[in-house]
Write a protein that binds this ligand. Structure first.
Ligand code: SAM
Length: 319
């Protein structure tokens, strides 16, 4: 099964939680544990690590490295998070200021929430919504373990939140990482088998329903009065949930009313080479603003990232 091989090639990624220690501290710690700096692809027989080329404070280890008994992991100093899943918070780039107001609309288990909190240097206010009660429990546990002091977790459906509620009047940045098909995740073989058995019609139906929910989430985020930047991401490889949703969001009344357009490539991990699929966009050049990660080719899971900003002129071809 292809998923097996691809999963075996993905390095073990560990994000250094900079709210608890520094990258230098982490490197000293791993060095004292017998790890030496190396370059991927790693040999499994050597205890080694490397610095990630795109994400600050992210370390790579050989794919089968385990951290479950590691003291740094257990104390929240390390967050085990795939490289691609670190992109959304970096692209959102929330401010690190006392008067910063940010929303993570779909937070559990909290990998991206803890990342946002770290980028905000534990300052300002980060509202983290999670509608599922059980997953909300996991989120609060993770926030406490990671030492997040600027996060207010809310066990609520983001779609029921009133954008004109004064509590959210100063929110400028929103992260949307909603439920998706999960088709990009290569280490969950159960999922791959499941989709293989699903016929095309059933899959299309499922994707259409997911896409309509995902679009609703983006449109809702666009209604917050002061929001200037919205990052939408999925761990799906299907254009229906990715370029399709982004294209529909750009054409929505909410985008027009709010003056939202895609952020230019320069502001969306410029150095990352794999971009959106041009043929899936009404304006093919818009694909340059989008990020894709291909499982098996990018040493990550399959992933998609887009970034909407307010007040940037729409591409001439769409006008
Ligand atoms: N961002 C998370 C992370 O990096 O750890 C993963 C988020 S997961 C893909 C999507 C989450 O959104 C699920 O926990 C799901 O229960 C939650 N969710 C889905 N719809 C929601 C809604 N309308 N409001 C709040 N949470 C929602």
């Amino acid at each position: 099964q292809a998923g097996d091989t691809r999963a075996a090639q993905i390095p073990r990624y560990a994000r250094v939680n900079t709210m608890m220690w520094t990258l230098d501290d982490a490197v000293k710690y791993f060095t004292s544990q017998g790890f030496t700096p190396g370059t991927p692809p790693f040999s499994e027989s050597i205890k080694t690590f490397a610095y990630d080329a795109h994400i600050p404070n992210l370390l790579l280890f050989p794919p089968h490295t385990t951290f479950h008994d590691d003291a740094a992991y257990k104390s929240g100093k390390l967050i085990l998070q795939d490289k691609a899943s670190c992109f959304p918070a970096v692209v959102l780039a929330p401010p690190a200021r006392k008067d910063a107001f940010v929303i993570d609309a779909t937070a559990a288990p909290g990998n991206k929430t803890t990342h946002l909190s770290a980028l905000m240097q534990n300052m300002g206010k980060l509202y983290a919504f999670e509608r599922d009660q059980k997953r909300f429990g996991t989120l609060t546990m993770m926030l406490s373990r990671a030492g997040c002091k600027n996060v207010e977790p809310l066990n609520a459906d983001f779609l029921t939140v009133d954008p004109s509620d004064p509590k959210f009047a100063k929110v400028t940045h929103i992260l949307l990482d909603p439920s998706c098909s999960g088709s990009g995740i290569v280490n969950r073989l159960d999922h791959l088998l499941e989709t293989e058995e699903e016929n095309q019609e059933a899959l299309d139906d499922r994707l259409t329903k997911l896409a309509s929910f995902q679009l609703m989430m983006i449109k809702h985020a666009m209604k917050f009065p002061k929001v200037g930047k919205i990052v939408y991401s999925t761990c799906s490889i299907h254009a229906t949930e990715n370029e399709g949703v982004v294209g529909a969001a750009l054409l929505s009344d909410e985008a027009k009313a709010g003056g939202f357009a895609l952020a230019p490539r320069e502001d969306v991990l410029l150095q990352w080479q794999r971009r959106g699929v041009p043929g899936e966009m009404a304006v093919p050049e818009d694909a340059e603003s989008l990020i894709r990660c291909s499982p098996g080719e990018d040493a990550t899971n399959g992933f998609f990232v887009s970034c909407f900003v307010r007040g940037v002129a729409q591409s001439k071809k769409r006008k």
